[in-house]
Design a protein. Structure first.
Length: 200
């Protein structure tokens, strides 16, 4: 069984199992091992990052999980946003990203007045041993930017958005954060991702 199939099985286990802590740790351990070769990803330089500052390549989606690769041009940034009530796993597969994550601690009168606690501020690279994890209650508000060159990362979210179109999802997020950069949407060609196999 490939690493991606093991990740798929572990991700479904997180959703279906009652032993959340150990199951999430298992998924984190597997996810942290991902390299670009596992995703049939060659290099950021193969993509037109002069024209598109952000490139999203959808890998897989069903009613429980969505998985994709994000490529950022140097100094490109995915501004502060959240994935409401979702869990997220992020693994840098090329380059370096500056990451900031926050957890809300007090609701304000409007979304712009939410008081947050900073959970993480630092740089992560493809050599970083552990992946980045976000949960509904920890670090869900976050932003990433590519530094010292372009970067690419592998991302899983669950449960997924109700829409089956990643472009529509990011359009909604982009409207909320007032992002106006040029974005390319596509499909990643990595063959059988293995997420459909959840039994056994």
């Amino acid at each position: 069984m490939s690493l991606l199939q093991l990740i798929g099985k572990a991700a479904y286990k997180c959703i279906l199992s009652s032993n959340k802590k150990s199951d999430f740790q298992e998924l984190k351990n597997l996810f942290s091992r991902v390299q670009k070769s596992d995703l049939n990803f060659t290099a950021c330089s193969d993509y037109d990052l002069d024209k598109y500052r952000q490139i999203f390549l959808q890998i897989f989606e069903d009613t429980k999980i969505m998985a994709f690769i994000v490529i950022l041009a140097e100094n490109a940034r995915i501004p502060l946003h959240d994935h409401h009530q979702m869990n997220g796993f992020v693994k840098i597969i090329e380059g370096c990203a500056k990451v900031e994550t926050f957890t809300p601690v007090k609701e304000g009168r409007s979304p712009s007045e939410i008081i947050c606690r900073r959970e993480l501020e630092g740089e992560i690279t493809s050599e970083t041993k552990s992946c980045l994890t976000l949960s509904p209650n920890f670090g869900n508000i976050h932003q990433l930017s590519a530094i010292n060159g372009p970067c690419a990362f592998f991302d899983i979210l669950f449960p997924p958005y109700e829409s089956d179109c990643l472009a529509d999802i990011w359009k909604d997020i982009r409207e909320r954060i007032k992002y106006r950069g040029k974005i390319f949407w596509g499909k990643a060609n990595i063959g059988n991702f293995g997420f459909e196999w959840i039994d056994g």
